[in-house]
Design a protein around this ligand. Structure first.
Ligand code: NAD
Ligand code: TDX
Length: 331
């Protein structure tokens, strides 16, 4: 099987490429990635000889048509992925997340290629802290930010191309990922690299916002379960029952570093900051038999800290610029 992986030089995509090369040696991998600020070819260095790499945009119709014609399936990770950036400048979010997904859909329609669309739980908006419910595939879409609204729009394009044109597609909406190769702009790697540098972790607002953390390896194993056994036209929610508030994450990281758990800093909150995400993944568990393997969040965080400690050459070159950008908004 020939699989085209878009966004394979980014956080989740690179981990997916590594997992695929390791666990599905029969699969021929091609990565399509624009190498934006979030893409790093060195994340694929150890598998470079096992894969093909095309540098370019998912919104480039000619390039996409050529690559899709040579593929049996497309797994679409490529996106602008950071909420804070989408508040600063939404335009690349519209271009990549909406126009890019449209461009891929037209190509898979033309060539009859299987498509899997990677999306987020943020399409459902947020939940109150005292609301006992969790997101299910039936929860109405209600996105809050330019990022999540463009992801929601891309999901709706996929659904329409399935219904109107019979495109062979599935969608997954996953909760917050953590693990190796995550950009230092994101919450967990930002705090880990701050702590390595002796800088206090930065908590938006009171830090009571809840995210449903899942290890990136568990997310990607679920994507393979959907590719192997998922039903075309269906949406699967991916989550590992990992609800934790940001304050608790920061305190745990401080403990892992042997520091006072209260030695963090409150910074400006994110405008429109979603309060809580929570996933009910029972459809994925019951219908496809998927279960998460990384169920000890603290152990997963410790392993992630070790990874950032031993891969300083990977993140150091971009750290100062990320912090300078945050400083402009008092974050
Ligand atoms: P990321 O920002 O780390 O990586 C995105 C990758 O896409 C980068 O390699 C970048 O160069 C590439 N890219 C951006 N624009 C492109 C374009 N126009 N053409 C080709 N490549 C382009 O993102 P991530 O955190 O790995 O997220 C991957 C996917 O998973 C996204 O679709 C995101 O919405 C989704 N998702 C992420 C999370 C999470 O917690 N990070 C959770 C749920 C869903
Ligand atoms: O320095 C920080 N301090 C802080 O308190 C940063 C960068 C974030 N936060 C908070 C904001 C969120 O409540 O931590 C939480 C997580 O923030 P992010 O890492 O920016 O993730 P989030 O906005 O929740 O979105 C992530 O999960 C869903 C991914 O970036 C998305 O791509 C994915 O769809």
């Amino acid at each position: 099987m020939r699989v085209l992986i878009t966004g394979g030089a980014g956080f989740i995509g690179a981990n997916f490429v590594h997992q695929t090369v390791r666990e599905h040696p029969d699969v021929q991998v091609t990565v399509l990635d624009a190498l934006t600020y979030a893409g790093d070819r060195s994340s694929l260095a150890s598998v470079a000889r096992a894969i093909s790499f095309a540098e370019g945009s998912v919104a480039d119709a000619d390039l996409v048509d050529r690559l899709v014609a040579e593929s049996d399936a497309v797994v679409h990770f490529a996106a602008e992925s950071h909420n804070d950036n989408s508040l600063d400048d939404p335009s690349p979010f519209v271009q990549t997340n909406l126009v890019g997904t449209y461009t891929l859909l037209e190509a898979v329609r033309k060539h009859g290629v299987r498509f899997h669309h990677i999306s987020t739980d943020e399409v459902y908006g947020d939940l109150e802290l005292d609301d006992p419910s969790r997101f299910t595939p039936e929860t109405p879409y209600n996105p809050s930010s330019p990022y999540s609204s463009t992801k929601a729009g891309s999901d709706l394009l996929v659904r329409a191309w399935v219904r109107s044109f019979g495109v062979q597609a599935t969608i997954s909406n996953c909760s917050n990922n953590y693990g190796p190769y995550q950009h230092v702009e994101k919450f967990i790697p930002r705090q880990i690299t701050n702590l390595i540098d002796g800088v206090r972790p930065k908590l938006y607002g009171a830090g009571l916002n809840v995210r449903d953390w899942i290890h990136v390896e568990d997310h990607n194993a679920a994507v393979w379960a959907i590719l192997d056994r998922g039903k075309v036209g269906e949406t699967y929610l991916i989550g590992a029952d990992g609800e934790t508030n940001n304050l608790q994450v920061v305190r745990t990281l401080l403990e892992v570093f042997g520091r006072d758990p209260d030695d963090f800093e409150h910074v400006n909150d994110r405008p429109g900051h979603d309060m809580r995400y929570a996933i009910d993944a029972s459809k994925l568990r019951d219908e496809l038999g998927w279960t998460p393997r990384y169920t000890d969040f603290r152990a997963g965080l410790e392993a992630t800290v070790d990874w950032y400690r031993s891969h300083e050459a990977w993140w150091r070159p971009v750290k100062a610029a990320v912090e300078a950008k945050y400083a402009r908004t008092g974050q």
